[in-house]
Design a protein around this ligand. Structure first.
Ligand SMILES: [Zn+2]
Ligand SMILES: [Zn+2]
Ligand SMILES: [Zn+2]
Length: 324
């Protein structure tokens, strides 16, 4: 450390501050500053989480500073300027951006990649942490994608001050370049997995953490794991619940139903999801055994290949015939 910075003043408006965290995170993760080591990714995760919070709140602040407070009605200008208040959570910020500010970006308040980043950050801060560098890079990619889109569509157009707009644009140039490099790197890693994934496209789902088609529904021999980022999903049935963003316990407590049954293996683990084979449309597939189905029988909720236009599986069809 030199003393040269001692008398320097600094002024980071919220947006420039958030982008500074973002540029720092992308710089480390992209490998542009040399291959990231464990310490680099640790700080990258902390900075990325700080970028998420700061940038979302910067947009709330532009719309109405009260929205940054957890309790909007308690807003006090002087305390606000002193930073002496509880600010809202990421989830709440997204809900307000969506409902009140009506931003352009379609970011789901329940977005998995943001939740995953939050828990990664908590593990680093409070519990200690084991992971691989590539896993962290892969999991942060969808968050960067969201943030870059959000800044482009919902923040940059609202910056009035020319000097601030200029520095924001400079920082975003850096971020876009780093993001592109990281995306290319992940693409390369996916190519390296080619031999493990080739031939399984029909039964490979996209990981909820890293967004890559790297979760092979292997027929129930092993617990399901993402081959790219290492995210573990447990049994096929656990994974199916996780993929629909719920769990059996919650669904039953809230009076919801179970998942659809599989008439091949008998597990209630059938959901519809895109696969590596058809990424744009959904396929009914059993997460326990990897069996694919045309549809779900409207009468018995079993996944099955249905008969004719009746929306009925062959079992239900036979029962009906017997009753005639
Ligand atoms: Zn993954
Ligand atoms: Zn099955
Ligand atoms: Zn049926």
């Amino acid at each position: 450390m030199t003393n040269s910075g001692q008398s320097e003043e600094f002024n980071f408006p919220a947006l420039v501050n958030g982008l500074d965290f973002l540029a720092s995170a992308v710089g480390s993760l992209s490998g542009d500053e040399g291959p990231p080591g464990p310490r680099d990714v640790k700080y990258a995760v902390l900075h990325l989480q700080a970028a998420v919070e700061t940038l979302l709140k910067a947009r709330l602040e532009i719309h109405d500073p009260r929205l940054v407070w957890t309790k909007v009605s308690a807003f006090d200008k002087r305390k606000h300027e002193a930073g002496d208040f509880n600010s809202c959570s990421v989830k709440m910020a997204l809900e307000r951006l969506h409902d009140t500010v009506q931003i352009e970006s379609a970011i789901d308040p329940e977005e998995d990649s943001l939740k995953e980043l939050g828990s990664l950050r908590n593990r680093i801060m409070h519990f200690g942490w084991r992971d691989t560098v590539v896993a962290v890079q892969a999991r942060t990619l969808p968050v960067l994608d969201l943030l870059v889109g959000f800044v482009n569509a919902d923040l940059l157009p609202y910056v009035d001050e020319p000097a601030e707009a200029w520095s924001a644009e400079q920082q975003m140039e850096q971020v876009r370049t780093g993001f592109k490099h990281l995306a290319d790197f992940i693409e390369l890693r996916m190519q390296a997995l080619h031999s493990q994934l080739a031939g399984y496209e029909l039964t490979t789902a996209a990981c909820r953490s890293c967004g890559q088609f790297a979760v092979v529904l292997d027929g129930g021999a092993y617990d399901l794991t993402c081959l790219l980022c290492g995210r573990q999903y447990g049994t096929g049935k656990d994974a199916a619940w996780e993929f629909i963003g719920s769990c059996e316990h919650i669904s039953i407590t809230e009076g919801g139903g179970g998942l659809n049954g599989c008439n091949a293996c008998g597990n209630y683990a059938v959901i519809s999801t895109p696969t590596a084979h058809s990424t744009e449309s959904e396929t009914w597939i059993c997460f326990a055994c990897g069996m694919m189905f045309d549809d779900v029988c409207e009468f018995c909720d079993q996944a099955a290949d249905l008969i004719g236009e009746m929306g009925m599986c062959s079992d239900c069809y036979e029962i009906r015939l017997d009753n005639f």
